[in-house]
Design a protein around this ligand. Structure first.
Ligand SMILES: [Zn+2]
Length: 184
């Protein structure tokens, strides 16, 4: 059997992908790391060639090292800071015309603050879904001061609900920033 590879693949660092990937259909394509035959539909493109799904999984496992402790810390930080952020957004939302302009600055800053706090506490430990847990925790923490007033205003049929939406917009900006900072 001819198993020659291209010079580019030979130059690659060899890696025995765990999981013993087997192609469901015969294929001439090979994983550039473990050299197992690789189905086109399973091939994952990397800068050094196509690799089997197990290579990606192995790399993800070594990249994301956070355990339950890091998740719990992230949730606690995001929840507690979220309460404060909700409170500030509600206060700012009351000042009238400039509320919207201030909120556009405060929202992303608040999300960045929470992301930075989580990074400081968790250090080098990274978690694949910490961004999701933190975003939910911050949203829940801030909901009392931001989302609930809108619901009450709506239920009461008050036209003021339009203004109550400003803190919600601030929270949305904070969540967007938090996710972007933690995820990438
Ligand atoms: Zn492989």
């Amino acid at each position: 059997m001819n198993t020659t590879t291209t010079p580019m693949l030979e130059a690659d660092e060899k890696f025995d992908c765990p999981g013993n990937y087997r192609t469901p259909t015969p294929s001439t394509l090979r994983c550039s790391k473990c050299n197992r035959p690789l189905a086109v539909k399973d091939a994952q493109r990397t800068p050094t060639g196509y690799v089997c799904p197990y290579y990606v999984k192995a790399r993800v496992a070594t990249f994301y090292t956070a355990g339950p402790k890091q998740y719990i810390l992230a949730v606690l930080i995001a929840f507690v800071l979220g309460i404060g952020i909700g409170f500030v957004l509600q206060l700012v939302g009351r000042i009238g015309f400039f509320a919207l302009i201030l909120t556009i600055f405060i929202g992303p800053a608040a999300g960045g603050l929470v992301a930075e706090a989580i990074r400081r506490v968790n250090g080098k430990e990274r978690g694949q879904y910490i961004w999701l847990f933190a975003a939910i925790a911050m949203g829940v923490g801030a909901a009392y001061f931001t989302v609930l007033p809108v619901l009450f205003a709506l239920l009461a049929g008050s036209p003021g609900f339009i203004f109550a939406l400003i803190p919600v917009a601030g929270l949305a900006l904070a969540v967007t920033t938090l996710v972007a900072r933690l995820r990438f």
